[in-house]
Design a protein. Structure first.
Length: 448
């Protein structure tokens, strides 16, 4: 394993940069709106604390004790069935699959920065037409921006842990915080801010279903970049004496704060203009642009800031998705970083081209599999099945197949014996069941 390590601050920023992504800014507000506002937020906070942080600690333990690439760490740390457990490390392919379509979405964001500078849509119908034209007809624009993301992310990864990942996060994360602060301060001046606060923090438990609880678990898990080998890979480059429990708390708290602040900003703007929270991409690319237009010249400024902010969040997450597989090739096969980065980048780039073509009307029929096109299948399989499955493998491995004495030596000085026992119980029994329920619910095998 390379001796190049993050600084403690650099690691926190890189891990937060990985966690803070598009899921915080467009998925969290949408699911909050769908599942009852404040009641959902409360459940999300509880699950982020008791599931998200506990799994974060588990992944940091693997990385800190394993000191290699994700595949080798599972193999080396397993107390039994080593040959089987190395296959768990191949979860590092999952973020590459996600990056293939995530890069396309970041490209859309770049396009909307340009749209914001030029002319925002004046109503929801115009906004929908602009997005649907981009999505289904404008192959050239999507291809151009997807290529820009490919070049940008690859060039950052080529510079390594310290000069690439840490350095860019030290630039982009403070800028993201600054932009979100400006948007939040502006939202404080809007009359509907109090309505947004009431919606997000006044729980209506009559709207809270068992499905909402399962969705909250999935959201808390997904938004922290767990189950993909990202945190494990980053943790292998931790400074030797970092407190992993404190680091987990900081990462989870900042990630959650960003999601809540983004939710308050978005709901304030939506409520002020009487707009509705639509699902996923529709929220960011259809609902919000026309809302920004209604705020006049200040709306143009807010739109530019908003899309730049989510572009920064997207780029820092994209970098983290590429690094685990690059690290695997470098450490396992002694590839140069250039060779490893190009192999991994070309994989996500080519798959991403196929994904964006599957949305284009002329090519869509060739890239349909059943009821979904390739873009939707990649998203569904990766985020709904593979990510929680990766989480299950992590907690089962740490709870049952790692040296308990080594884990106790790390955790008892930080947590004490009682809380360490609680952590073990959660990791061994509760969290695997919770994640199985997430998969069953999200795939529709069993709806709660």
């Amino acid at each position: 394993m390379s001796t190049v390590r993050f600084s403690r601050f650099g690691f926190i920023l890189a891990a937060v940069g990985s966690a803070v992504g598009l899921g915080n800014i467009w998925k969290f507000p949408y699911v909050t709106g769908e599942y009852g506002g404040g009641a959902f937020v409360l459940v999300y906070l509880i699950t982020a604390l008791f599931i998200g942080i506990f799994v974060l600690i588990a992944e940091l333990l693997i990385g800190k004790l394993g000191q290699s690439d994700a595949v080798s760490m599972f193999e080396n740390l397993a107390t039994k069935k080593k040959n089987l457990w190395k296959y768990a490390g191949f979860m590092v392919i999952v973020p590459l699959i996600i990056l293939s379509y995530y890069s396309v979405v970041i490209g859309w964001i770049f396009h909307y920065i340009v749209v914001s500078f030029q002319s925002l849509p004046s109503n929801i119908e115009e906004s929908k037409n602009i997005f649907m034209t981009l999505l289904t007809s404008d192959l050239q624009t999507q291809f151009m921006y997807h290529t820009i993301v490919f070049v940008l992310v690859t060039s950052i990864i080529l510079n390594g842990v310290k000069d690439g990942i840490e350095r860019i996060n030290k630039i982009l994360m403070p800028l993201l915080a600054l932009i979100l602060s400006i948007l939040f301060i502006y939202s404080l001046s809007v009359e509907s801010f109090s309505k947004a606060v009431t919606f997000m923090f006044n729980p209506d438990f009559t709207k809270l279903s068992s499905e909402a609880i399962i969705v909250a678990i999935g959201q808390a898990f997904y938004t922290l970049s767990l189950g993909m080998g990202i945190i494990i890979t980053y943790a292998a480059s931790l400074p030797k004496h970092v407190n992993i429990v404190k680091s987990s708390l900081i990462i989870a708290v900042i990630d959650t704060l960003v999601a809540i602040i983004a939710g308050l900003i978005i709901f304030t703007l939506l409520f002020d203009k009487g707009a509705e929270s639509t699902k996923g991409a529709g929220l960011v690319f259809i609902s919000l642009p026309s809302v920004f237009y209604e705020f006049g010249s200040i709306g143009t400024f807010l739109a530019i800031l908003f899309f730049i902010a989510i572009a920064f969040a997207g780029i820092t997450s994209a970098i983290s998705m590429l690094e685990p597989m690059v690290s695997f090739f470098v450490n396992r096969f002694n590839y140069t970083r250039l060779k490893a980065a190009l192999i991994c980048s070309l994989f996500f780039y080519i798959l991403g081209i196929a994904a964006l073509l599957s949305n284009i009307t002329d090519y869509s029929p060739m890239l349909m599999i059943g009821s979904k096109n390739l873009f939707d299948w990649l998203d569904f399989v990766a985020s709904t099945v593979l990510v929680p499955l990766g989480g299950i493998l992590v907690v089962v491995f740490v709870g049952h197949f790692m040296d308990e004495n080594k884990i106790n030596a790390e955790l008892i000085p930080l947590l004490g014996k009682t809380i360490t026992k609680v952590w073990f119980f959660m990791v061994r029994y509760i969290i695997p069941i919770a994640l199985i329920l997430v998969i069953l619910n999200e795939t529709g095998i069993f709806k709660f």
